[in-house]
Design a protein around this ligand. Structure first.
Ligand SMILES: Cc1cc2nc3c(=O)[nH]c(=O)nc-3n(C[C@H](O)[C@H](O)[C@H](O)COP(=O)(O)OP(=O)(O)OC[C@H]3O[C@@H](n4cnc5c(N)ncnc54)[C@H](O)[C@@H]3O)c2cc1C
Length: 431
């Protein structure tokens, strides 16, 4: 395709996938990335011999085309992981998902969960107004009180009443009665359907974008986009102005929205309604082994300061020096983690039996992600209905997990990139 330039903003998995798909079709795109390396959220940092991702990043590959590409990119230096995930509640570990594995909890808790579930199923109720209503209707009082509500409120950082039911109806599956009953009496064979297998590069997820970037020609690093002049169709990068005919943006939608030069007032207002959680997490380098053979554990109880802990070195031993291991700890509190917060988290890891003692900790790194989970609040759909059509009219396709302002995986990011490239090519063909 000869003619007006295509510019891609961001070299995370979506941007890289879009650029590679365009290149395969003979279209070279400039890819402007503010960081000094590719990968966005899917990167690996090396620190004192440990290799840390930005918390757990395992690949669920369902699409055969994406799977073939990913396996080719990361090559043989990979592991296949059959998920070992748990829930820690009332001082015990039960298997994930909570609602189908209440056996092992104190009997009165398991009883409350099962009876609440059966009671909820027997009632006729009006359509749920929000996530809290949805949980009570689908899971009942017990499962909602002991897992669904506290876990999700720690993760989202907002009350469950602020999240729409429309979102969870799409993403939170309704359990079958037989799964709930079987899980309460300890019949784990029923759990087989939940077992999932993941692919992971031996030395961290960063291997994937790095391999993709070796194939992509137009990636420019250290290029912070500060303004998008949608009328003149050009973006500002430092002192340079880059023209485009079609812009594929994978910047978070709120970042893109605030970079638009003089947008219509309704678009500006809609951008200000977008909400997203930040995440503060700890990377913990451990002398010796983590004491439980798990990949990650959900921690719903409000008294514990985090909502999930995972073990990087149980994904692949090659991400920690020999004789060592490593954890990530996703804190419920937002903002910088001070010494007291870190200390509370380490004590909780000992309480949970993941570490024998705090003396096993070699070092801890506190890290923040400005964008972790988009909040599907009551303003969500209305705001997107204003922003997306406006951008499209200006030749701007905003896509990816944060560009499309959604909840999605790395595989989805690769698919979003392909779809964006297809749209650009189709538009060029139609001209
Ligand atoms: C805590 C957490 C755990 C996750 N775990 C998993 C998992 O186990 N499995 C899974 O499949 N998915 C997981 N995901 C989702 C996965 O990380 C994302 O779906 C995927 O990485 C999104 O890629 P993206 O390219 O759309 O966005 P990003 O990775 O955010 O890429 C956007 C790029 O834009 C760049 N950028 C931003 N602003 C500018 C600017 N002004 N100028 C230029 N460049 C800019 C950024 O630097 C970045 O490189 C997880 C996400 C989180 C937050």
């Amino acid at each position: 395709m000869a003619g007006p330039p295509v510019v891609v903003l961001g070299a995370g998995l979506t941007g890289l996938s879009a650029a590679l798909s365009l290149e395969r079709a003979g279209v070279e795109a400039r890819v402007l990335e503010r960081a000094t390396r590719v990968g966005g959220h899917a990167v690996t940092d090396e620190d004192r011999g440990f290799r840390f991702d930005r918390t757990g990043h395992l690949l669920h590959l369902r699409d055969p085309g994406v799977r073939a590409d990913v396996l080719r990119w990361i090559g043989d230096d990979r592991v296949s992981v059959a998920r070992r995930s748990f829930v820690y509640s009332h001082g015990v570990y039960t298997r994930y998902p909570f609602q189908a594995n209440t056996h092992g909890l104190p009997p009165e808790v398991a009883y409350e969960c099962v009876m609440g579930f059966l009671d909820a199923r027997s009632r006729e109720r009006p359509p749920p107004r929000d996530f809290r209503d949805h949980c009570l209707q689908v899971f009942g009082e017990g499962i909602s009180r002991h897992f669904m509500l506290p876990y999700n409120e720690k993760l989202w950082g907002v009350p469950a009443t602020e999240i729409t039911a429309a979102w969870c109806q799409r993403f939170v599956p309704v359990p079958r009665v037989e799964d709930v009953i079987a899980g309460a009496v300890g019949l784990h064979d029923r759990e087989l359907g939940y077992n999932a297998s993941f692919v992971y590069p031996r030395r961290g997820i960063g291997a994937l974008p790095e391999a993709m970037a070796r194939e992509a020609r137009g990636v420019e690093l250290g290029r912070l986009v500060t303004a998008v002049d949608w009328r003149a169709r050009r973006v500002r990068v430092g002192a340079e102005t880059v023209p485009y005919e079609r812009l594929v943006s994978t910047l978070p939608l709120d970042v893109l929205g605030r970079a638009l030069v003089d947008p219509p007032p309704e678009v500006r207002a809609a951008v200000e309604r977008l909400r997203c959680t930040s995440l503060t997490y700890l990377d913990v380098a451990v002398r010796g082994a983590v004491l439980r053979d798990l990949h990650w554990v959900y921690v719903p109880e409000r008294a514990l300061p985090f909502y999930r802990v995972g073990c990087y070195s149980n994904f692949s031993p090659d991400v920690a020096p020999e004789g060592h291991s490593s954890l990530y700890v996703e804190l419920a509190a937002r903002g910088p983690a001070d010494g007291a917060a870190i200390s509370r988290a380490l004590d909780a890891l000992v309480t949970m039996g993941l570490l024998a003692s705090r003396d096993d900790v070699l070092f801890v790194r506190a890290r923040e992600l400005s964008h972790a989970y988009v909040i599907f609040d009551h303003a969500y759909y209305g705001a997107l209905a204003v922003i997306e059509p406006f951008l499209r009219e200006q030749g701007i396709l905003s896509t990816g997990r944060y560009g499309g302002w959604n909840y999605s995986s790395m595989e989805d990011a690769l698919l979003f990139g392909r779809a964006a490239a297809r749209e650009v090519l189709d538009a060029a063909g139609a001209r």
